[in-house]
Design a protein around this ligand. Structure first.
Ligand code: FEO
Length: 405
């Protein structure tokens, strides 16, 4: 893939990482992309860099249009390595370019590179850069996804460069949402967008709401969103904004998730009547078995359900390690607007279920207490209790969900 024109005289010049499957611990079955863009105006302007290992690909794409030394401005919307890693190499080719970034962006840049000879201009929300025909407006978006982050809006093109926001880890031969929808290999842009939000942006719901409000306050009419990862929203940019607005407001499906691990199938045996109980109360239920599923998939499924039951055996008086890993990961993402519960099998002494409720409390998540814990394999009476537990959890989900209707 070479440069691709996404708006008149505005080109995608990024790189596609087809083979990556582990993105700093986050499983990315569809690979990812590092998108950056070149505005071919009177002042040639590069928007973002790419991951360091992919810099030469981006530079080749730029060279298909111009000599990089002609670049006058470089916008750095976010200083994480996947979007700024190639900047030093780029600056060697365009040493006179002026870098536009936030104050935090400039601070961070100093920690990554020797910037003593670079011209850096710090911008704030509402600041503008006229490149010729186009006018760029900057919008600080702290913590989306780092303190330095900002968006860049091109008024005449109604185009928003949104760095991580509205992106997906999705490598495809399609560049745009409407193209992807026509591909046989299409596995769901919406799902990939939710996956990205759940695993990266879940803690920042309030900031997302205020960012969307700022977009409206600044009267940013948007007919294209070009993120730094994945597919460009050309046909339905408003759908991306609505999805973010809904997720930030706590909207999700009337659905349960049962997530568990098991040692000798005793905890697994408990899940079966629990799931049937949930189903018989008319609530959809998804099941994730840890160790058979990546943590990032478990996090996405947690986000897509209104309620989550976590099942764990007790091992050495503690929660099972794979369940602990999921729970610590979840805690860091500061989930909200979900109801929880716990169950599990133990040998001579329990511990896992109490530990799980302790974690739910730390996360300030509503819980259905008490949970269920049975010794060794559940008896038929105990399996009946599992079924009733599933039914009761489904009823609690339906009640809890009404708040979000
Ligand atoms: Fe894609 Fe926050 O970096």
């Amino acid at each position: 893939m070479k440069s691709i024109e996404i708006k008149p005289n505005i080109f995608w010049v990024g790189a596609i990482d087809w083979a990556v499957r582990d993105f700093h611990g986050y499983t990315v079955p569809n690979g990812t992309t590092y998108n950056n863009y070149l505005i071919m105006d009177k002042e040639i302007t590069l928007v973002d860099s790419v991951k360091e290992d992919f810099t030469d690909i981006s530079i080749d794409n730029i060279k298909s249009l111009i000599n990089p030394s002609e670049i006058k401005n470089i916008i750095i919307n976010h200083i994480e390595n996947d979007h700024m890693g190639g900047l030093e190499k780029m600056m060697a080719l365009a040493p006179k370019a002026v870098i536009y970034t936030t104050e935090k962006g400039a601070e961070g840049m100093r920690k990554f590179f020797d910037i003593s000879t670079w011209k850096i201009k710090i911008v704030k929300t509402g600041d503008k850069l006229k490149t010729g025909k186009y006018t760029l407006t900057f919008l600080e978006t702290p913590m989306l996804h780092w303190p330095d982050s900002m968006f860049t809006y091109v008024r005449e093109a109604k185009l928003l460069f949104s760095q991580d926001a509205f992106g997906q880890h999705y490598a495809s031969t399609a560049m745009f949402d409407d193209e992807l929808a026509r591909l046989a290999s299409h596995s769901g842009l919406e799902d990939a967008t939710i996956d990205y939000y759940a695993n990266i942006l879940m803690p920042f719901g309030n900031l997302i709401k205020s960012t969307i409000k700022k977009l409206n306050d600044l009267c940013m009419e948007i007919d294209m969103i070009a993120p730094d990862h994945g597919i460009i929203w050309r046909k339905e940019p408003q759908k991306a904004i609505q999805m973010y607005s809904d997720m930030a407001s706590g909207k999700t499906n009337l659905r349960a998730l049962v997530i568990f691990d098991t040692m000798w199938h005793s905890t697994e045996k408990m899940t079966q009547p629990i799931i049937l109980g949930i189903r018989d109360e008319g609530v959809d239920c998804k099941v994730v078995k840890l160790r058979a599923s990546p943590t990032s998939v478990a996090i996405k499924e947690f986000w897509k359900a209104r309620g989550c039951l976590v099942g764990s055996p007790t091992l050495n008086n503690e929660v099972f390690p794979s369940v602990a890993e999921f729970m610590f990961h979840l805690k860091g993402l500061r989930p909200k607007d979900r109801i929880t519960g716990a169950f599990g099998s133990c040998g001579w002494r329990g511990g896992a279920v109490d530990w799980l409720y302790g974690m739910f409390k730390q996360m300030k998540l509503e819980s259905m207490e008490p949970g269920l814990q049975f010794q060794y394999k559940a008896s038929s009476e105990e399996l009946d209790q599992c079924y009733a537990f599933g039914q009761e959890f489904a009823r609690r989900i339906k009640e809890y969900h009404k708040k979000y209707d």
